[in-house]
Write a protein that binds this ligand. Sequence first.
Ligand code: ATR
Length: 279
Amino acid sequence: MSDAYAVFGNPIAHSKSPLIHAEFARQTGQDMRYAALLAPLDGFPAAVRAFQLAGGRGANVTVPFKAQAFDLATRRTPRAQAAGAVNTLKFEAGGSVGDNTDGAGLVRDLVGNLGLSLADKRILLMGAGGAARGVILPLLEQKPASMFVANRTALRAVELVNHFCSLEGAEGEIQGANLMQGGSYEALAGRQFDVVINATAASLAGELPPLPEDVFAVDALAYDMMYGKDTPFLAFARAHGARTADGLGMLVEQAAEAFQVWRGVRPDTAPVIQMLRNA
Ligand code: ATR
């Protein structure tokens, strides 16, 4: 029988992950299947355990279970540790390895697909929830000139920055210190950024974070982690001269990274992104 994988979420019906992984499997000739499974809000660990006991080899985890997946994993990769959340589980005898491929997916989309170099760039990351936290370490690893984390509740941004400023990298250096700052949107007055990333939930509600009009540097890229429709943030960015991108590439790239974790093969993402754009 083919190897079984699944994505757990609630809701999950509209997940594009089964389509993406089916395409990856076809492309790379991997003998596997991938299902979307609805876990009850109070029954995520039990649902994962049942899937593992039934022979499942690994799982993706989406909203609202990424923090629970972090707790459930018996081992965690450094990038999952930094993110404080797990979106990819690889089952092993007696437990599971928890990984987080969201940040790597974002960086691959920015650098690989959109042709951006993040080195020496000024990054503005909007939001201080799980989505923001999940991408900070991989962004820092690209050696930007600076990273400002802006949040409606400024204290959350400051706390997040403090957390990353106390984290040691692989070589023992502190990754975020000196280049990270956190604060309110008002604190952005008079500052410009080369890359502005929306990791807030504002787009979901059709809202625009309170950005100053002159926040975009010349040739800036505005990136919304949401995908599927134009957002007030992307419209605002376009109106102020920035290039824009939605999160569809990130979605496919985080899936490719998970696929590689499970199968040891890297799928070709470009045709899959194209397929979803045309769908
Ligand atoms: P997630 O895991 O998706 O990051 P979360 O932890 O609930 O979800 O965080 C949502 C983020 O979106 C927060 O940074 C939130 O700001 P607050 O911490 O001030 O609540 C941000 N957010 C939600 N709606 C927003 C809006 N309309 N404008 C700006 N930021 C918003």
